[in-house]
Design a protein around this ligand. Structure first.
Ligand SMILES: NC(=O)c1ccc[n+]([C@@H]2O[C@H](COP(=O)([O-])OP(=O)(O)OC[C@H]3O[C@@H](n4cnc5c(N)ncnc54)[C@H](O)[C@@H]3O)[C@@H](O)[C@H]2O)c1
Ligand SMILES: [Zn+2]
Length: 342
């Protein structure tokens, strides 16, 4: 499958897609710079399952939002210093979005910046987190407060890594795939038919899954290439997320990020006045076994308060990303008190 090339003002990254570990490894060997010392920053769980695929010096990380902090960045930095890792070091981030966010951040500041690349191992990281150069850590529970935008040299995706997940766990990340398909104007029913089918993930070499991952990555690359620093259109990638962040916070994280994004997509259509899309998205979520409405015990006033606390929103006016009647994604000015939650 052809790779994608993401060209921004400052960098060129290659994003490639392989069905099997053998092909993924071949590409990794081709992509790693020969004259660099390779240090893998790897999710400790991924290291247990797949560490044998990566015969490099390693620093493990725990994929826990609470450990996505400066303390972990400092621990990795100290370890690199002990290893006497110089500016010729290449950091290889292997894991989900937590690991790639931390690895990218360390790489962008260690000794004023070293090169890096990613092998994402979760669906979310393959379609979203590993692409686009945003990285960073949380501060006092507030997400991604410190970070940079620095592009990896490469991202190598291989859905064979997904075989160690329960299918229901993978389905929870599918709303992120739906999000990019809505932005890219592609059918969401096709994705629901694939993931909603009980046997679909048995044969992970199935080219359809790889195709969905590539299509989602392509949409993200297109948006990032035109607005790397999010001064304009990159904001559309937040589709559903204003609602999702408030739902995650107010449900005390009982709703996972993906589940909250799913409900957020329904609400983005509802708030944009897209009646038919509201119904289609809700139907697709149902097919995936995911919630499509806000939990009954959540208070609208609390949700509105949480929206106002979101770092991306300022004042009482929101620049909300919505799906309009024509199915187009657009930005709409809205007062927080006028948000429709159900
Ligand atoms: N940089 C960006 O543009 C961007 C975009 C979206 C999300 N993010 C960030 O991504 C993070 C979420 O990423 P995520 O959902 O990939 O979570 P994650 O990194 O926490 O991984 C989820 C869980 O899966 C485990 N895991 C990883 N790969 C596995 C595998 N192959 N088999 C079995 N278990 C595996 C991890 O150990 C962890 O327990 C958040 O911190 C979010 O802020 C970043
Ligand atoms: Zn998300």
């Amino acid at each position: 499958m052809d790779p994608l090339i993401l060209k921004t003002a400052t960098a060129v990254s290659q994003i490639s897609f392989f069905s099997s570990f053998a092909e993924m490894k071949e590409e990794l060997c081709r992509s790693l710079p020969e004259n660099c010392r390779i240090v893998a920053i790897i999710d400790e769980k991924v290291d247990v399952f797949y560490g044998y695929l990566f015969p490099y010096e390693k620093i493990t990380v725990v994929a826990d939002e609470r450990a996505k902090t400066m303390a972990t960045v400092e621990r990795i930095t100290r370890r690199l210093m002990e290893m006497k890792a110089g500016r010729d070091t290449f950091l290889l981030g292997i894991g989900g979005g937590i690991t790639t966010d931390i690895c990218g951040f360390v790489a962008s500041i260690y000794k004023r910046g070293v090169s890096f690349g990613f092998v994402p191992t979760t669906l979310l990281a393959m379609v979203d987190a590993a692409i686009g150069g945003k990285n960073g850590v949380n501060v006092d529970g507030y997400k991604n407060m410190l970070g940079t935008i620095t592009q990896p040299q490469f991202v190598i995706s291989c859905p064979a890594f997904l075989s160690s997940f329960q299918k229901s766990e993978i389905c929870k990340s599918v709303p992120e795939v739906l999000k990019t398909r809505l932005i890219g104007g592609k059918s969401i029913e096709e994705v629901a038919d694939f993931f909603g089918n009980t046997d679909s993930l048995k044969g992970l070499e199935d080219g359809r899954l790889l195709g969905f991952i590539r299509e989602a990555a392509e949409v993200k690359c297109r948006v990032v290439a035109s607005d790397e620093r999010e001064s304009g259109c990159r904001r559309i990638l937040n589709l559903g997320h204003t609602f999702a962040h408030a739902l995650e916070r107010c449900s005390g994280n009982r709703l996972s990020h993906g589940e909250a994004v799913g409900i957020g997509l329904v609400l983005a259509a509802k708030n944009g006045g897209a009646g038919r899309m509201t119904e289609s998205i809700a139907a697709v979520l149902k097919q995936l076994g995911l919630p499509s409405q806000i939990p009954e015990n959540l208070e609208i006033t609390e949700l509105n308060r949480a929206v106002l606390q979101d770092k991306k929103n300022s004042g009482t006016h929101l620049n909300l990303v919505v799906i309009d009647e024509a199915g187009k994604i657009s930005l709409k000015q809205k007062l927080v008190k006028d948000l429709i939650w159900g």
